[in-house]
Design a protein around this ligand. Structure first.
Ligand code: SIN
Length: 515
């Protein structure tokens, strides 16, 4: 949506979403948006924290662009009506330095200071999505097409063999196919948490953009780095609802089944250690992977229900009180650091194709994303991608060649669902938090078997099944090739970091490593 806002200044934009426009990982983001609003020193610290969390693999240029341009983009968002939480009279009296009306800031894991802005307590992403949507809806040149699944990219190849994306094929809610021509295409389709059986992501996060780019021959980067959020709600039969890192930022402890605070044994940063460290500690400490968040242990007095209204309401539905009860939590797939390889202007390896946000991989997060950097990423790199798209737009003409063939024909819904469930379970078991060669080879064999009996069919769910399989294969291939442990990628058989940090790239079935 941020890119669309930029593009619509100069031309027509078609914004296509698989469900309603606000159904995305953005809208579920709770904790907030990390941004250094306090001047140069603040920006330098934000950069240092981003680089440190990324465990040697952060692209320094991308990270510098993110933290330096972040404040401007957040100011712009505030100008468009985003209401971040601010200190009121009562709050300001309690806070040491805050003044009435000043933006409230929280700390999260691996941040050296409090710099996370939030909205409506724990509904930051929704506030941002809604205000951006309102802004974009008001732009006459933006046309919206909701409930439409993108089937594939349309690639045109000129006489000299140069390929360019010139549009896409869309499947609407009525099952009608539409061929759309475009001067440039941006994939902002988010992550692929649904590739794992345990995930905080909504059902729409099936890696569609990443998969269709890959099928068109585009480079994917760092696909083995999937971030597992340490604290998703863990009750049998309940969704893996996010228990925001901001809870720990406000002082909550993690305790095991014996009631012991265990993070002291793993990292000096305790509950606010980098996310990958906390997630693996929980996996090791937990009874069936489950430990507890304890708000009662927080050093400060806080009205937990007022500060976290969404989380409190969710817990109340499950008979729990945020301020009173230990909350069962476990890690769950949360964010893909890998994705379509792009530069900071969203340019992919294929002319005419751009990507931004979680679908893209600029290298800004390295091997482990710093908490709350992703809402900022969408804004900063969305805006920059729009600039490049305007400058480099093609004609939208050319010989049409489908980027990939789509099998038609009837298919049993139950076969699709069984295949997806099998894929998600095997990915969690064998390509999840703790990996080794034997498990990854088992996962690879399972994926080959699934590909051999992959159902065809031109339905949203059949297309999603196909996309999940493509993304899972790229994750496993990259994870097998990375014989070291770094950030979110932990190999029990290679527990140390390799001397030199390199990015993995997969393209047309081949894996290579680059500086
Ligand atoms: C959270 O609120 O814990 C999620 C923030 C993030 O994933 O960056």
């Amino acid at each position: 949506m941020r890119a669309a806002a930029g593009l619509a200044e100069v031309g027509r934009v078609l914004l296509v979403t698989k469900e309603g426009l606000s159904e995305s990982n953005t809208a579920y983001a709770q904790g907030g948006i990390a941004v250094a609003m306090g001047g140069e020193e603040d920006v330098a610290l934000h950069l240092a924290d981003t680089v440190a969390a990324g465990d040697g693999l952060v692209d320094a240029r991308a990270a510098a662009v993110l933290v330096e341009q972040g404040p401007r983009r957040v100011e712009e968002l505030i100008g468009w009506g985003t209401g971040f939480d601010r200190y009121g009279a009562g709050d300001a009296a309690g806070a040491e330095t805050a003044r009435v009306g000043e933006l409230m800031k929280t700390r999260e894991g691996a941040h050296s200071l409090a710099r996370i802005l939030h909205a409506n307590g724990d509904a930051t992403g929704r506030e941002i999505a809604v205000s951006l949507l309102r802004h974009v809806r008001g732009m006459a040149r933006v046309e919206l097409m909701e409930w439409a699944t993108t089937v594939n990219l349309t690639v045109s190849t000129s006489g000299d063999g140069a390929a360019r994306v010139v549009g896409a094929t869309l499947l609407d809610a009525a099952g009608e196919l539409h061929a759309v021509r475009a001067r440039a295409v941006l994939l902002a389709s988010g992550g692929a948490g649904q590739v794992y059986s345990e995930t905080t992501n909504p059902a729409v996060a099936t890696g569609d953009g990443i998969a269709m780019a890959y099928r068109a021959g585009v480079e994917l980067m760092d696909m083995e780095f999937y971030q597992f959020h340490p604290t998703a709600f863990a009750m049998e039969g309940a969704p893996r609802f996010l228990m925001s890192e901001a809870l720990r930022g406000e002082g909550a402890w993690l305790v095991n089944a014996q009631g012991e605070r265990f993070m002291e044994r793993y990292h000096a940063g305790l509950e606010l250690a980098p996310r990958d460290v906390v997630a693996r500690a929980i996996e090791r400490e937990g009874m069936n992977g489950v430990v507890y968040l304890e708000m009662r242990k927080a050093g400060k007095k806080l009205d937990w229900k007022a500060r976290f209204p969404g989380i409190s309401a969710f817990l109340a539905e499950h008979g729990l009180d945020l301020g009173r009860d230990p909350i069962p939590v476990r890690p769950a797939a949360h964010y893909s650091m890998g994705g379509i390889r792009t530069d900071v202007h969203g340019r992919s390896s294929l002319a005419g194709l751009y990507a931004a946000g979680e679908a893209a991989c600029t290298g800004v997060h390295g091997a482990n994303r710093l908490a709350s950097n992703s809402l900022l990423e969408g804004l900063v790199f969305g805006a920059l991608a729009a600039e490049a798209m305007v400058e480099e737009q093609g004609s939208g003409d050319g010989e049409q060649g489908g980027a990939d063939a789509v099998a038609l024909g009837a298919v049993e819904v139950k076969d699709i669902e069984a295949g997806i469930a099998e894929l998600r379970a095997l990915m969690w078991r064998d390509a999840g938090l703790l990996r080794d060669e034997a498990g990854l080879r088992r996962a690879q064999a399972g994926l080959v078997a699934l590909r051999n009996r992959q159902p065809g069919g031109m339905t949203r769910r059949a297309l999603e099944a196909r996309n999940l399989l493509t993304v899972a294969e790229a994750i496993v291939q990259s994870a097998l090739g990375r014989e070291e442990s770094r950030g979110a990628h932990y190999r029990k058989d290679f527990p140390a970091r390799a001397g030199v940090a390199r990015h993995s790239v997969v393209q047309r079935g081949e894996l290579r490593f680059i500086a």
